[in-house]
Design a protein around this ligand. Structure first.
Ligand code: ZN
Length: 76
């Protein structure tokens, strides 16, 4: 009886992607070298501008009356 089982701790690489935030615009990983964290959660000012533009577009979208669709022709 000399079975010494060496318990080698498995290198779990799961913790690596724990704090990996992603850019909501281009989905770039926060661990990317080109990820500019000064524009969090965006990876760059460009992506931040894109998001801002989207919000502005939403703001500009004025709720107008529903366009009437003349699908029923009134001819007797
Ligand atoms: Zn981005």
């Amino acid at each position: 009886m000399g079975c010494s089982i060496s318990l080698s701790t498995p290198d779990s690489e799961d913790h690596v992607a724990m704090n990996a935030s992603r850019c909501p615009i281009c989905n770039k990983s926060g661990s990317d070298s080109t990820f500019d964290h000064s524009y969090m959660p965006f990876c760059s000012r460009r992506c931040a501008d894109v998001d801002l533009g989207r919000w502005l577009q939403e703001d500009y979208r004025i709720p107008g009356p529903p366009a009437e669709q003349p699908e029923s022709s009134d001819d007797e």
